[in-house]
Design a binder for this molecule. Structure first.
Ligand SMILES: *Cc1c(COP(=O)(O)O)cnc(C)c1O
Length: 402
């Protein structure tokens, strides 16, 4: 027996935590332990014939220009594909670049998109405002009932786009049921999986065709850089998604890819700890007299608790709190916190709280906001890596001031 025969050389035999430390790594001739950072835009070739073959895609894994091929970015994509259990992934400059690419690469003028109405602001803009400008109509539905998707499907529907749990109210969409509806109509299902994280929800296994992430969130997880990724079958990723990225250029920089690759090494550790703390915070706030309701997918009070248990192995690092006293109450809580910062970012080492009505959802009308559960007293809390007892004490102090 020798090292070559060790079954653990196959990364599919490894757990997520181990994959995130070693997966996708490519050592250079210097045998470095930490992955190398390739800060180059172009490549030189040993011969004209080599260049010719490279441009004919006849040299697998070859590199010809960093807009669409860079070893640091490759390593990030490969590590993410291992985490997701996807055949392949393509990285982008931001989460919005990834979502825009995933959606727009699948449609052309005359097609139709069905999406859940509770979406991250930028994602909603892409399907509601941007796509229709180019002749791609869209219908937004209440995503909580799969029947609403079935009713909205048209013969020209090519894409169904969902986010679950949703921002900021943590409503759920039944991925498996919606995938079946999409496929029965010949459409592809795209799932934005930021809120549950790659550890705790597996959209591809539930039938999704493409999964997107803002890597800015838990994957970096330390508030440093923007990034995004689309994952799915080799056919879709190396085909439509690669072509769109290559020709339109929303490329992830090598430096950001390298930081994200390093972020993945501690990803499982961080996300597990943040989820443990989110559970504790949700439990501590659930019965507080100044709290109207706490929304947390794995808290038994969640209106879709059964689905949350079925679809997500754990309940997210985020929770929402509806504070009594409306906007005044919400502001009184946020403005009296000493540890938790007021910020619209999420998935960070630092706990962050935001008032969606006046920030991320200010662009929408009050009617649309109330339709998606964004009430005046609603706060979204992204739980970070601090000691959960400090977070609970901070929130209790804030609530006393409400
Ligand atoms: C942040 C976020 C995005 C956008 O990602 P950026 O990296 O900020 O461009 C998309 N969807 C969800 C659910 C997000 O939280």
């Amino acid at each position: 027996m020798s090292k070559e025969h060790n079954p653990l050389r196959d990364p599919r035999k490894l757990s997520a935590a181990t994959r995130m430390v070693h997966g996708g790594g490519k050592r250079s001739e210097f045998h470095e332990t930490s992955e190398a950072l390739f800060l180059n835009s172009g490549y030189s070739y040993p011969s004209s014939e080599h260049a010719e073959l490279l441009f004919q895609n006849k040299i697998p894994g070859g590199h010809n220009y960093s807009r669409f091929a860079n070893p640091s970015v490759d390593m990030f994509e490969d590590r993410m594909a291992l985490l997701e259990g996807a055949e392949a992934g393509k990285a982008f400059a931001s989460g919005m670049a990834a979502v825009t690419n995933a959606v727009m690469s699948q449609v052309r003028a005359g097609d139709h998109i069905v999406a859940a109405q509770a979406l991250f602001g930028g994602c909603r803009y892409v399907v509601e405002d941007f796509a229709p400008r180019f002749g791609v109509a869209s219908t937004l539905v209440d995503g909580r009932d799969p029947e609403n998707f079935a009713r909205a499907m048209q013969p020209n529907t090519k894409v169904v786009f969902i986010e679950t749990p949703t921002n900021p109210t943590l409503e759920l969409v039944d991925i498996k049921a919606v995938a079946e509806i999409a496929h029965a109509h010949g459409a592809r299902l795209i799932v934005d999986n930021v809120f549950s994280t790659a550890l705790y929800q597996k959209p591809l296994e539930l039938g999704a065709d493409l999964v997107t992430y803002s890597a800015t969130k838990h994957i970096d997880g330390q508030g440093r850089v923007l990034g995004g990724i689309v994952l799915g079958s080799s056919e879709l990723i190396e085909g439509d998604i690669h072509t769109f990225l290559r020709q339109t250029g929303a490329t992830l920089s090598a430096f950001n890819a390298w930081l994200l690759l390093k972020g993945l090494e501690t990803y499982a550790l961080r996300v597990e700890r943040m989820t443990d703390s989110a559970e504790k915070v949700a439990a501590a706030l659930a019965s507080h007299p100044k709290v109207e309701r706490v929304i947390y997918p794995h808290h038994s009070s969640h209106p879709q608790y059964d689905l949350a248990r079925r679809q997500m192995t754990r309940g997210s690092t985020l929770l929402a709190i509806d504070v009594k006293g409306g906007q005044q109450g919400a502001f009184a809580l946020s403005d009296n916190l000493a540890v938790i910062l007021i910020s619209n970012n999420l998935g960070d080492a630092k706990s962050l709280i935001t008032h969606p009505r006046t920030t991320t959802h200010a662009r929408l009308t009050e009617e649309v906001r109330l339709e998606t559960g964004v009430t005046p007293g609603l706060l979204r809390l992204s739980v970070g890596l601090e000691d959960p007892d400090d977070l609970i004490a901070d929130l209790m102090y804030g609530l006393d001031q409400v």
